[in-house]
Every structure is written in structure tokens, then in C-alpha cells.
Design a protein around this ligand. Structure first.
Ligand code: PLP
Length: 381
């Protein structure tokens, strides 16, 4: 077996920032999902919203049955790079896009009865049609990521569910979780069945959405298989879909950056050629602290630095990290677990360069799959 090259040595200074997705780590996640599909009989889709890494989309397609798209562009990407099942849900579809969406989508999910009635005649000709419901139960950690928060626009609540408008509807969909374990799914599923279980006998499929943190180390995989098998035994006519995004890209790679300068203003502040705001937005939005390879919390190691971005936003700060030796200009700083909900959310804010996309292949070879420069900024401004 070849040993992987040290990430620090893969890239010269001009080649950072760069996301590096490791094929072997992605495949490990996919194998676990494949195991769940086989043991429980459910079908698993990739939600492109969280992970749309096209250089390795082929690999995802070897294990999963298709993609979940949130609209026209994601559906097009699914078709171009995976070409398997396409399930499309959008909070609202547009008149000038719906024909193309339907053409691409094997399954389509509407967010309201108004949208369903508006597009019903067309939709029935192309796709298997479903409705998104809101189970009104969620233990999502923050409201920004809680589809069941008060006044949520996402999904139909029980009191608005028009049981006489279901002619042509073949599936129900809910999505209520975010980075959660099996206990949260159990609560949501119970509420879903209490409110909408009576309609399942007339359905062909049900979609349990995403937010299942299946590939995280402490996830109760056996419990999930048991729960899904039990559900399937109670509703034998139903195909069950799960559509995680984060679980697929979870812990599959890094963002590698370079120290450009170190300044002192009451503490040592390292300026990197990347940005929390533009390249790791959830560290500011969620917020959470990203792990940095070979670094500790403040006080854990002798040399403390504030790691910051190379934009003019004062708050473009990744956090304070300690190192076992002093940092110097040119050093590489490696942010862990930076493949999901990063690349898909990147911006060219302040004209900062988008990180390239690299792949560390299973055979140990490294390739830069996508390179970005001025053009991305220019076209959007
Ligand atoms: C975001 C989203 C997903 C994927 O969620 P993850 O947390 O990435 O697993 C799936 N389905 C819908 C409808 C979503 O909005």
C-alpha cells in the first residue's frame, strides 16, 4: 500500500487555498451508507445542497441511488455528473423553470397545495409527485437550521393538509433534522406518523429527508437499521428514501491554506490566504470552531495565534489556536473536515480567490481537479 503524501507537501504556495477531498475517506462513508441500504432495504440519495463535489460524483453514484436537488441547477448538475435518480424539491418552483425541472426529475416534491394544483397537470406526465409535510417536531440545534421552527415556510402543517387534493400524489416527504442522531429521528418519525400516517397506505414512497448524521462515529447505525426495517415491515407498499448531504461529505477532507503574514496587536495574529467568511461560512453562521491539524485550543500548546482571513471584514476570524512551535510566513494551515457545506456556499466576497478543488486519490496521487481565478469574480460583479 502506498502511504499518502503529507498534505503540507502536496501544494506549493501558489496552489493554496485548496480543498482536498480524500477519495478513500469518501468511499468509507459511502460503504457505510451502502451497508444500511442493504440491511434495511431503504434507498439513499445524495442531497447536493451540502456536498456537490463533482470530481468524485461518479464514486458517489456507485453506491447511492441518485441525488436530491433543490431546484433546476442542482437537478442539472445531478444529471450531468451522476445521471441516476433525480428527486427535486423546492420551496417554490418558477413558471419559467418548471418544464425543465420536470424533464430532469424522476420524483418531484411540492411545498404547498397551491404549487401542487398549479403544476399538477404537467407534473403528472413526467414525474412521480409528492408533498413535503412539516411534522412540527424538531430538536435542531439552531433556528437557522430548523425547518420546524415557528412560522417555518418549509412543508405543509397538519391543519393545512387537504386530504381531498391527494389524487395523483404518490409520496410524502419530511425534512426536520440537522446533524442529529437516531433519537431525534425517532421523535420526528413518531410525530410524522401521528399526523400523516393515515395517508401512507395510499402512497408509493416516503422520504425521511436529511440531517441524519450517519457517518459520525457515535451514530447509532444498528438502531437506524432496526428503525427502518420496522417501518418498512409496517408499510410494505412503501419505498423509503433518505437524503443526507452532510453525512456523505463528513470528515472527507481539508482546506489547506498558507500563512501570508503575522502581525502583533496584543497577541500574535496570522493572516491566511483563505477566509472564514468566504470559504468556511458555517464557522461564523452556526457558529462553530473548526479543527486545525496539529493545533490546540488556547493554552494547550506554547505558541498562540489568532488565525484570520485575508479579506477586509474585521470579523473574518477563524479563532485562536495554539501550536507547538512558532508559525512563520509560508507555513501551511490545514482546516479539518472542510468538504461539506463549504464549497457549495463559497463566495468571491472582497475579490478573494476561490479555493481550488483537489482530490487525493486512493492510489496516493494528488490532482488539482478545478482551478479558480479572477474570472469567477469578474463574471459575478
Ligand atoms: C438540507 C436538506 C437535506 C440534507 O441535509 P443534511 O443536513 O446535509 O443531511 C436533505 N433534504 C432537504 C429537503 C434539505 O433541505
Amino acid at each position: 500500500m502506498q502511504t499518502s503524501p503529507l498534505l503540507e507537501n502536496i501544494l506549493n504556495d501558489g496552489a493554496t487555498p485548496c480543498y482536498i477531498c480524500e477519495e478513500a475517506l469518501l468511499e468509507k462513508n459511502l460503504q457505510l451508507l451502502e451497508h444500511i441500504q442493504q440491511k434495511s432495504g431503504v434507498k439513499i440519495l445524495l442531497a447536493l445542497k451540502g456536498f456537490a463535489f463533482t470530481p468524485l460524483m461518479n464514486l458517489v453514484g456507485k453506491y447511492l441511488v441518485g441525488c436530491t436537488a433543490s431546484g433546476l441547477h442542482e437537478a442539472k448538475l445531478a444529471k450531468e455528473f451522476m445521471g441516476k435518480q433525480i428527486h427535486t424539491y423546492s420551496p417554490a418552483f418558477k413558471d419559467d423553470e418548471i418544464d425543465e425541472v420536470l424533464d430532469l426529475s424522476d420524483y418531484i416534491v411540492f411545498n404547498s397545495f397551491t404549487q401542487w394544483k398549479k403544476f399538477k397537470q404537467k407534473a403528472l406526465k413526467h414525474s412521480s409527485c409528492g408533498l413535503r409535510v412539516n411534522p412540527e417536531t424538531s430538536a435542531s440545534p439552531v433556528d437557522l437550521y430548523n425547518p420546524c421552527a415557528p412560522f417555518s415556510r418549509l412543508g405543509i402543517v397538519e391543519k393545512n393538509f387537504l386530504h381531498h387534493e391527494l389524487d395523483g400524489i404518490e409520496g410524502l416527504h419530511f425534512h426536520a433534522l440537522c446533524e442529529q442522531n437516531l433519537d431525534a429521528l425517532k421523535d420526528v418519525l413518531k410525530s410524522f406518523e401521528e399526523k400523516f400516517g393515515k395517508y401512507l397506505k395510499q402512497m408509493k414512497w416516503v422520504n425521511f429527508g436529511g440531517g441524519h448524521h450517519i457517518t459520525r462515529e457515535d451514530y447509532d447505525v444498528l438502531g437506524l437499521i432496526e428503525l427502518l426495517s420496522d417501518f418498512k415491515s409496517r408499510y410494505k407498499n412503501l419505498t423509503v428514501f433518505l437524503e443526507p448531504g452532510e453525512a456523505i461529505g463528513w470528515q472527507t477532507g481539508t482546506l489547506v491554506s498558507t500563512v501570508l503574514d503575522i502581525v502583533d496587536n496584543g497577541m500574535q495574529i496570522a493572516i491566511l490566504d483563505t477566509s472564514a467568511e468566504a470559504h468556511m461560512p458555517d464557522t461564523l453562521a452556526m457558529p462553530y470552531r473548526a479543527e486545525v491539524r496539529n493545533a490546540g485550543k488556547s493554552g494547550e500548546k506554547p505558541y498562540l495565534y489568532r488565525l484570520t482571513g485575508n479579506t477586509c471584514l474585521a470579523g473574518d476570524i477563524m479563532g485562536d489556536y495554539s501550536f507547538s512551535k512558532p508559525l512563520k510566513v509560508g507555513d501551511k494551515i490545514i482546516f479539518e473536515d472542510m468538504i461539506h457545506y463549504t464549497i457549495v456556499k463559497n463566495t468571491t466576497f472582497n475579490g478573494i480567490k476561490l479555493p481550488n478543488l483537489g482530490v487525493l486519490q486512493k492510489d496516493g496521487r494528488f490532482i488539482v481537479a478545478r482551478e479558480f481565478g479572477y474570472e469567477e469574480y469578474r463574471r459575478r460583479n
